[in-house]
Design a protein around this ligand. Structure first.
Ligand SMILES: [Zn+2]
Ligand SMILES: [Zn+2]
Length: 249
């Protein structure tokens, strides 16, 4: 890992751009493949109706999201080289605590960004594109307005500029971010029903949680946890009773 970090610190523009593009493409394809596997494996537990046929605009929006993610990663790399973003190299308990801190802080900030995106003055031109798909599929995770995608990306860079996380903490957080994002759009519930009733686990986001947001735009704005929705009174009514079921079933 230290060799990769040393390479990233000094490597010229083109090879770095190629690596970042390949990395983002692999993550994108990994999310689609993992999501397709989950849809098949848990087909008996649908939480959304089967998605409509793939539209051309959907694929184009997803492609633009992947490219913009490369841009955000590139800006992050530049900020790191300039000393604006710093990373620690420890791998002990504090590095693992970073994961918890990043999840909670980002969840809180993204909760509010998401709520603002639902404001009537903002929603029609910014967030409606994502909500055009009330029957999400794994690809829907990437169907975002470019400005919406960039605002999440730059929020993330701002957080790690303020909070000097470890490489380990950042990597695990980013992996979980992709995992939760995919889970929220697979349309099936892999977690058992008791998930929504078990202490601690019931505070963690699920497929049902975000699937419900695609049906009912008035609640479930969080991403990784239900904490902020519970605290600010926006958890969709009947979330626990409807866990693992189609919204109108
Ligand atoms: Zn939304
Ligand atoms: Zn969504």
């Amino acid at each position: 890992m230290s060799q990769a970090i040393a390479w990233l610190a000094t490597a010229p523009f083109l090879p770095v751009a190629a690596i970042l593009l390949a990395e983002n493409l692999l993550l994108f394809l990994g999310a689609l493949a993992g999501g397709a596997w989950l849809r098949q494996r848990f087909a008996h537990r649908p939480v959304s109706l089967a998605p409509d046929e793939l539209a051309g605009g959907e694929a184009a929006a997803a492609a633009s999201t992947v490219l913009l993610n490369v841009v955000v990663t590139f800006v992050g790399l530049w900020a790191w080289r300039a000393g604006v973003i710093r990373f620690r190299t420890d791998v002990g308990i504090w590095a693992w605590l970073d994961v918890l801190v990043l999840l909670l802080v980002m969840d809180f900030l993204m909760y509010w960004l998401h709520r603002m995106a639902h404001h009537p003055l903002v929603f029609p031109w910014l967030h409606r594109l994502h909500h055009d798909f009330d029957r999400p599929r794994p690809l829907t995770l990437f169907v975002l307005h470019p400005l919406e995608n960039l605002s999440f990306g730059f929020l993330w860079l701002a957080v790690i500029a303020v909070y000097p996380t470890s490489w380990l903490g950042m990597s695990v957080y980013l992996a979980l971010n992709l995992l939760f994002g995919t889970l929220g759009h697979v349309g099936v519930e892999p977690f058992p029903d008791r998930w929504a009733r078990t202490p601690v686990l019931r505070q963690i986001g699920s497929s049902s949680f975000h699937a419900r947001h695609h049906q009912d735009l008035g609640g479930n704005f969080g991403f990784y946890t239900l904490l902020w929705d519970r605290l600010f009174g926006t958890l969709a009514p009947g979330y626990e009773a409807g866990f693992g079921r189609l919204p109108d079933a």
